[in-house]
Design a protein around this ligand. Structure first.
Ligand SMILES: NC(=O)c1ccc[n+]([C@@H]2O[C@H](COP(=O)([O-])OP(=O)(O)OC[C@H]3O[C@@H](n4cnc5c(N)ncnc54)[C@H](OP(=O)(O)O)[C@@H]3O)[C@@H](O)[C@H]2O)c1
Length: 263
């Protein structure tokens, strides 16, 4: 049995993934900012005595956050066999009206943290010729996303980075899997503000089903899993549709609803 480091373990898809690892007998390092949530999950997962669970509170977008996490791993002498980069945030609305700090923090979390954690933990996995990396990208990463411009761009990075890395590592004993969920019931809708858009009135998946799909793909060494047939179809259509049409459709889905009473 191995140990999985799961970022974003305090909520949504990351929390469900942590539960799946523990159910299979893997120990878990649970990472997010909200320590009480991590402590509660750690108690739940370690309750049967089969696995260990280390809750580590860490702001992955803050300066020094990742160094502190890596130090904590070293101090606990934890060897990571599975790296799950699930932590992510979104913002919505016109980019020019956004809070600059929030946009920058999103890029730090959604992009830089994944690069730094993967770069830090890969050498050990390669030396052991054993390891698996799961990055949670998004169907958002397959096209530009007006009204969520920075978020979609960060997910395009995650998608491309993960697939490229999977190719580079083929035959090394270490696999990289990219999970691309579409709209999913988690705290993301509220945190990003996109939860009231048309996008979230389409089919919305459960965090449990997305996590199960991603976990299965990870354990089978698959490179890419797009959750659900409609999401898969949507991705194929964006590949063949004219870019101007794709941009307009995505804008319509993401556009924040007009305030009540507005003309
Ligand atoms: N829900 C969707 O519709 C959807 C669709 C496609 C892709 N995704 C992707 O799925 C992944 C998981 O999101 P989710 O839907 O499960 O949303 P969620 O319920 O909001 O979970 C996000 C997780 O990220 C953690 N996080 C946020 N900021 C952090 C920071 N600065 N440092 C460390 N951890 C941080 C949160 O914990 P704390 O707040 O405790 O730090 C939380 O555990 C994200 O990468 C998201 O982009 C979501």
């Amino acid at each position: 049995m191995g140990t999985a480091l799961v970022t974003g373990a305090s909520s949504g898809i990351g929390r469900e993934l942590a539960r799946l690892f523990a159910a299979d007998g893997h120990s878990v390092v649970l990472v997010a900012r909200r320590k009480p949530r991590l402590d509660e999950l750690a108690r739940e997962l370690a309750a049967g005595g089969r696995v260990k669970a280390w809750p580590i509170a860490c702001d992955l977008s803050a300066p020094g956050g990742i160094d502190a996490l890596l130090e904590a791993l070293g101090a606990e002498n934890v060897q990571v066999d599975f790296l799950v980069n699930a932590a992510g945030v979104g913002t919505s609305g016109l980019f020019v009206e956004s809070a600059p700090e929030a946009e920058a923090a999103m890029a730090e979390l959604n992009v830089t943290a994944i690069v730094r954690l993967t770069r830090a933990l890969l050498p050990g996995m390669l030396a052991r010729r054993h390891g698996r990396v799961l990055n949670v990208g998004s169907t958002a990463g397959f096209q530009p996303g007006p009204f969520m411009a920075t978020y979609y761009a960060t997910k395009a990075f995650v998608n491309h980075f993960s697939e490229a890395l999977a190719y580079e590592l083929a035959g090394s004993g270490v696999s990289v899997t990219l999970s691309c969920p579409g709209p999913t019931h988690t705290e993301f809708g509220d945190v990003s503000g996109v939860g009231k858009s048309k996008l979230f009135r389409l089919q919305v998946a459960s965090a449990e089903s997305v996590a199960r799909d991603a976990y299965r793909a990870l354990m089978n060494g698959r490179v890419l899993v797009i959750h659900g047939f409609l999401n898969w179809l949507g991705v194929q259509l964006t590949r063949i549709g004219p870019r101007s049409l794709v941009r307009a459709i995505v804008a319509g889905l993401n556009r924040p609803p007009a305030p009540r009473g507005a003309a």
